[in-house]
Structures are given as C-alpha cells and as structure tokens.
Design a binder for this molecule. Sequence first.
Ligand SMILES: Cc1cc2nc3c(=O)[nH]c(=O)nc-3n(C[C@H](O)[C@H](O)[C@H](O)COP(=O)(O)OP(=O)(O)OC[C@H]3O[C@@H](n4cnc5c(N)ncnc54)[C@H](O)[C@@H]3O)c2cc1C
Length: 424
Amino acid sequence: MSEDRQNRLSKPLTPTTPIRSVDVVVVGGGIAGKACALGLAQLGLNTIEIAPDLGRHMPNPQGAQWGQRIYAFSPSTQKLLAHLQIWDALDHSRLQPVRDMRIYGDRGEKNDYLHLSAFEAGTPQLAWIGESNLIEHTIDQASRFQNKLDRMSDAVERIDVDADGSTLHLKSGGSIRAQLVIAADGANSPIRSQIGISASEESYSQSAVVANWLCTYPHLETAFQWFLPGGDIVAMLPLPGKQVSMVWSTSPEHAAELLKLDQAQWLERLTAIANGAIVKQLGELTLNSSPAAFPLRKIRSKRFIGPEALPKVALIGDAAHVMHPLAGQGLNLGLRDVSVLLNILGNKESFRSPSDLVLLRRYERQRQGDASALLWVTDKLKKLFSASSNTERQLRNWGLGLVNKSHFIKQRLIERALGEIDFE
Ligand SMILES: Cc1cc2nc3c(=O)[nH]c(=O)nc-3n(C[C@H](O)[C@H](O)[C@H](O)COP(=O)(O)OP(=O)(O)OC[C@H]3O[C@@H](n4cnc5c(N)ncnc54)[C@H](O)[C@@H]3O)c2cc1C
C-alpha cells in the first residue's frame, strides 16, 4: 500500500467524516489475521485489516541468523498458503521438510518411544519447519498488490453490533462499519470479551523457552521430542542445514534461569537431560539465536461466533483456541479456521451477506469439532506426561511403545497431524 494511502486510512476521522463501510474487517495482524484478510480480498470482498503492528516492516529473513519464532507447518497450512498464492513465493531454502518424528518417553528406554514416518504413512513429508517472519513477509508483499484490501496500523477500542453489522471504534479516533468482523486478535481477544463470549482458561504453569542451535551431526530431517521426568518437554525441530530449533517447556522459574545461561552452561544442561540422548543424537550444539520464553496456557472460547443474540462476528486463531505447543498445532488449527471460512464465504449463495446467520453457523459447526478434539488430545498428553507416580509413568511409556507397534493407530495420528482440508 502506498504511504499516502496508509496515512489516509490511519488519520483520525472527525465527527463530520462519513464512516467508511466495507464488507469485512479483520482485527489482528498475526499470521491468522493476515492470511484471512488476504483470502477475503481475493474472494472480491472489500476488506480492511486493522492491527497496531501492521505498520511494522517485516523484513525478508535471510542469512545465517534465523528468526526467533519458528513453527511447524502442517500440510493443511501448506494447502491454504498455496490457495492464497503464497506457498510458491516463499524462499524454500528456508523451509525444512520433516520426514520423521521420534517421540521418547521419560525412562530413556529403547521400547518407550514412538516413531512416525512419512515413508510409512505414504506422504512426502509430515510437516515443514520455518520462520514466522518468512510467511508474514510474503503475505505482506502479496497484500500490497491486493486492491480489495486496505491495512490500517491502529487498534480497535470498542465494537458495537447491531442488526446490519458492526461499528468498530479505533484508537486513532475514527470508526469503520463492516457487515462481518473477523476477530483474529489473539489469545486475550478484546473483541471476544466485548461481545460477551466466555472462554475457559487454564495456565499450564509452564513457559516455553525457544532457541536455535547449530549441531554437528545431521538431524536426518527428523523432529525429536523428549518427555522428561517431572513434566518438562524438549523438542528439537530440524531447520535447513545443520541447525535445529528448540522448544523446552518447563516451569516459569526454570525458564527464567535458562534464559540467563551462557553457551557452556547450556551445553551442560542439555547433556544432563534425557540420559544425554540430545547430544548423542545431534552432536555438539552451538547457540545461534537469543533464547526467549513464552507462558503456556489453554484457552477455549465457548462460541466461535457472536454476540449470542445477533452474531455478526467470527473468531479465528488464538482468539478462539490456544493450546500447549507440544504438538506444534496451534497456528495450523487457526489457519484451518481461515480455510473453512474462505470456503464458506467463497461458496455462499449470492443473496446472502457475508454475515448471514446461516453462514456463520456453518462456520462454527465445521470448526468446533476439530478445535475441541485437538485441544483435548494436547491437554491430555500434556497432563499424562506431567504425572509423576511410578504406575502412571510406566503406563504412559508402555503406551508409547504399544502405539508404536500399531500401524493403524499411527496412521490415524498422522492423519490428524496432517489436518487435511480441501478447497472447493
Ligand atoms: C513456544 C510456542 C511454539 C509454538 N509452535 C507452534 C508450531 O510449531 N506450530 C503451530 O501451528 N503453532 C505453534 N504455536 C502457536 C502459535 O504461536 C499461535 O497459535 C499463533 O501465533 C496465533 O496466531 P494468531 O494470528 O491467531 O494470533 P497472534 O499472533 O497473537 O496475533 C494477534 C494480533 O491481534 C492484534 N490485536 C490484539 N488486540 C488488538 C486490538 N484491540 N485491535 C487490533 N488488533 C489487535 C495483535 O497486535 C496481533 O497482531 C506455538 C506457540 C508457542 C507459544
């Protein structure tokens, strides 16, 4: 978008300024909001995206230093990005396909592990690992050329919903009218609370420490995960070349301690856990980013559309659901919300407005099952592996080994992780 146009949009509206009215407003500038806004504009809907961070220039990641936010992208995310004409525009040298996943129980014994293989499942890869910035930068580029999409660097302070749509009141002083509002405003979603949708929230009393490491042994395109005694979980996700991205879920106190370690102290810690399996697998590790920590919680919004009496708003992404990162699925789930919404609005009967109750109900019906199932499984896995009694430990480790022997169960697990969605 030209600077002039950006300024015009961000300028406070005076009381005499007519309120601008569009088909859809997407509130939120995370990956879910950006992908949704682009997709809606590609459908021909006049769309505005609003978020305080939209003015921030997202540089194209390049060079040996890798971004701090690294994600596992599932095939359902790949399909959406391909549908949006984003996938082919990505720098694929910065995306690492994952061919195998190896998940180890906390006894460090040979039989307590689960191996999922793309080869065994008959799929080219189970996932891709890449930087958040890579995806965001490419969506930003595509959005600049989309004339049905305007992006505003602003925050929504209040939403008023009536029979014909919603009015959004902005921090800069202006207001916007929209037939449909998409709340992609993250885990604390101000829109969700303002329209009175309740959400259940539970803290895991854990933080995830993330850091990138250079390793001396090849990672074999494998994502490793170790469940440790006491409830910590360490994942090492492969990146292009000899590099891995670590996600270590641990108590907030331990996370704060980890953030202060120097290279030598880190190596000591990583060697001391999982019976030394991490360094045996990956060799010597050298820190290649500054570590960061994120608090972990589970949130499930009761409804995906609202307000109750007169729905004109749909929730997507973390605004609708937040889960533990142990399965690397939070964003993938949010992008499946986007895929379903685009499918529904792209195939709507011409007499229906984008906020027609029938369409919104279709969206909610199609999304609640997927979200509930994934939140439930992730939560149960997290709790099962935090349990500390000997019987529970033996049972879960035995369970891992048992699942590993069942081709049928493994196939179902992989299908869930791939999260297939087709565009009509
Ligand atoms: C350690 C860790 C590892 C993870 N790994 C994975 C992984 O491997 N794979 C995966 O799929 N998921 C993963 N996740 C989950 C993933 O990070 C989230 O699901 C995803 O980032 C949520 O994106 P979002 O766009 O819904 O929300 P957010 O990225 O939180 O964006 C919310 C947006 O709303 C804006 N906003 C807020 N309030 C307002 C307002 N009043 N007005 C306007 N805008 C507003 C914000 O500025 C922001 O732009 C991980 C999470 C963690 C913590």
